[in-house]
Design a protein around this ligand. Structure first.
Ligand code: ADP
Length: 443
């Protein structure tokens, strides 16, 4: 710069300083956006947005990533352009400005409209049309810069910045800066990918741990009845053992009960997988719920005489369209739980209420209750409360999730209310829709 008058020199230096300050601010802004946004899908458009507002020569921009499987570049974000057509656009490496930059692995400047036109000349006509739509009718950008997104020895994609209207907007000295930005973005994408891979691994580990716990707990549940079946049958078969007929009968009854218990565990596991596979079918028919409840309670009274079970339905109760077998299954599970988790001699109330649009059935016990945190997880598969008493109560943690699936398939809801030490009430509703709507049964 010899020969430049001092005032002009000062002006040049001031302009250069402003440019550097602007670049520094842009970098800071972009870095801030990178650290404050963790979701990559949100992060990329936010960064581009920042770039366009701060970086003077650019009025629009886009980010493309390379898809290893298809071997093409696809758009993940764009600003100042219509993103919809770009979602359909995929570029081969070497195709267009971004493709050229990707294949050369170097940042490139397309200073004039001619430079841009030359680089875009190998873009297929239907893709050119998508570009035109993205630029809202404009033929091509008038000036552009592209920089590869490089991490280590891998090129993840391309950052492109454009000026759609003014040729010569970008200069050679913009390249270093755009490269720095591209490096920052590449690093952020790489970090986000690593984080999501790590999260995936963590979720997988958690799922595996959970699976092992479930298998251990099911094995425990199955081993207990098996041990008693084995014990009593061995005793009965023992040579020389001479049990009186009453003891023999008792042993056989225990074996019979434990076989039922095993069957129910296996049944619940099968049911759960049926539901998961979407294979559970309902056979809807008019159901008289008070009658169904009474029949089930009679059956329970034979099995457990230790609880008082009260059935409370109004005299006139609507008939609902439901699958009687499945609703019985829900009720059986709720009653089973009420018995399992409450002391002998306490009261269990099964109540029916008719609302205009639905019926509500509840099973209330006076048992151990459930804490608010556990109440939130009650319908999760395999969830079981750790009992404070440490007492082992058999169960799979599948009963309530199955009940929920059945009720929801009927268009109803299921929920629980509880107070520790006071008791628990489980509610479910069934809609009064279908052919039986308006019908009711008395008595
Ligand atoms: P389980 O086979 O373990 O009974 P469920 O899915 O039917 O499985 O119930 C899940 C868990 O919810 C139970 O293990 C128990 O901890 C808790 N629970 C369910 N019903 C009651 C109740 N009436 N009172 C107290 N706890 C209950």
């Amino acid at each position: 710069m010899t020969g430049t008058p001092p005032t002009q020199r000062v002006q040049q230096l001031a302009a250069e300083l402003r440019r550097l300050e602007n670049e520094r601010d842009t970098l800071l802004e972009v870095a801030r956006a990178l650290v404050t946004t963790s979701e990559i899908d949100q992060m990329l458009p936010t960064i581009l947005e920042h770039l366009i507002t701060i970086l003077e020569p650019a009025d629009s921009g886009s980010l493309l990533l390379y898809d290893q499987e298809s071997g093409e570049l696809f758009y993940v974000a764009a600003v100042g352009l219509d993103f919809e057509p770009l979602k359909l656009l995929r570029l081969r490496p070497a195709e267009g400005m971004a493709g050229e930059c990707f294949i050369s692995n170097r940042s490139s400047l397309y200073r004039t409209a001619e430079d841009v036109n030359r680089a875009m000349s190998n873009v297929q006509p239907e893709k050119r049309e998508l570009c035109r739509r993205a630029m809202r009718g404009l033929e091509q950008p008038q000036s552009a810069v592209c920089a590869p997104l490089i991490v280590g020895d891998e090129t993840l994609g391309v950052l492109s910045l454009y000026n759609l209207r003014k040729p010569g907007s970008f200069e050679a000295n913009d390249l270093t800066f755009v490269e720095a930005l591209a490096n920052l973005i590449a690093l952020a994408i790489h970090t986000a990918e690593l984080t999501s891979r790590q999260e995936g691994l963590r979720a997988l580990e958690e799922a595996n741990r959970f699976k092992s716990e479930v298998i251990a707990s099911l094995a425990h549940d199955m081993r207990t009845p098996l041990a008693s079946i084995k014990g009593y049958s061995t005793a009965l078969l023992m040579e020389g053992a001479n049990f009186d007929p009453q003891s023999q009968r008792e042993f056989l009854e225990i074996i019979d009960d434990e076989c039922d218990h095993l069957t129910s565990i296996i049944h619940e596991m099968l049911e759960s997988s049926l539901i998961e596979g979407g294979q559970l079918q309902l056979d809807l028919q008019p159901v008289i719920l008070p009658r169904l409840v009474n029949a089930m309670v009679e059956e329970f009274k034979h099995r457990s005489r230790q609880h008082h079970i009260l059935v409370d339905f109004p005299w006139r109760f609507p008939i609902v369209d439901a699958d009687p077998y499945r609703i019985q299954q829900v009720l059986r599970n709720l009653l089973d739980n009420a018995i399992k988790y409450s002391a002998e001699g306490t009261l269990i109330t099964i109540r029916g209420i008719a609302h205009p649009e639905e019926v509500e059935i509840s099973v209330a016990d006076q048992g151990i209750g459930i804490s608010p945190e556990d109440l939130n997880r009650l319908f999760e598969k395999f969830f079981r409360v750790n009992l404070a008493s440490g007492k082992y109560v058999p169960g799979t943690g599948l009963g309530l999730p199955i009940a929920r699936a059945i009720v929801e398939m009927h268009g109803g809801r299921i929920w629980a209310e509880s107070q520790v030490g006071q008791g628990t009430t489980l509610y479910f509703t069934l809609p009064r829709t279908g052919l039986s709507r308006g019908l009711a049964v008395e008595g």
